[in-house]
Design a protein around this ligand. Structure first.
Ligand SMILES: Cc1cc2nc3c(=O)[nH]c(=O)nc-3n(C[C@H](O)[C@H](O)[C@H](O)COP(=O)(O)O)c2cc1C
Length: 166
């Protein structure tokens, strides 16, 4: 699939706004991800307010690009929906990847910023977005149209030494 090859972490964005329709497509892509025992405990918090993006970009050292982003999606885990708690990270990572790939398909730049299991980062997200205790913030995905052209390009990472065969 071409989007797998050309997806890049994009950290500089233009001022062009992402439509509600496209944000909806991104969330839908996240919800299509596989989950352990089909538990579907992932939830999605769409951040659109400039103030919230700026505060998060200021407070999260690893996500400065949020100050430049047009929107963000926080992938959350609803603790109450977990019947396989040990698999929650895999589930949320799977949803995060789906969103990155859908964004690439739509020509939207994205960057996965790691939150869980860093307690300090989790607390910042909780405080700024006023999340209830039931939700674990797993990742925040910065979103925006790339500032420059040709930001989606292929880096061939194939390494025969990492492949084992029987
Ligand atoms: C679990 C995870 C956490 C990441 N956290 C951050 C982050 O906090 N800030 C950031 O700028 N990039 C983050 N990234 C993006 C990586 O830096 C990026 O994927 C890597 O450098 C490879 O570049 P590429 O995405 O363009 O292929 C994260 C990626 C993953 C998978």
């Amino acid at each position: 699939m071409e989007v797998i090859k050309v997806r890049r972490s994009i950290r500089k964005f233009s001022k062009e706004a992402i439509s509600e329709e496209n944000l909806d497509k991104l969330v839908r892509a996240g919800m299509q991800a596989p989950t352990a025992t089909n538990q579907q405990a992932n939830c999605f918090y769409i951040v659109r307010k400039r103030e919230n993006l700026d505060i998060l970009g200021d407070k999260l050292q690893n996500a400065r690009m949020l100050k430049d982003a047009n929107a963000a999606i926080v992938v959350l885990i609803n603790k109450n929906k977990l019947n396989k708690p040990t698999m929650k990270s895999q589930d949320a990572a799977s949803a995060t990847t789906n969103i990155l790939l859908e964004a690439t398909y739509l020509g939207i730049g994205s960057c996965w910023c790691g939150i869980y299991p860093n307690v300090e980062r989790m607390d910042i997200i909780r405080e700024v977005l006023k999340l209830e205790e039931d939700f674990i913030p797993f990742s925040i995905i910065a979103l925006g149209y790339p500032e420059n052209e040709n930001q989606f390009y292929f880096i061939d990472r194939y390494d025969e030494a990492k492949v084992f065969r029987d």
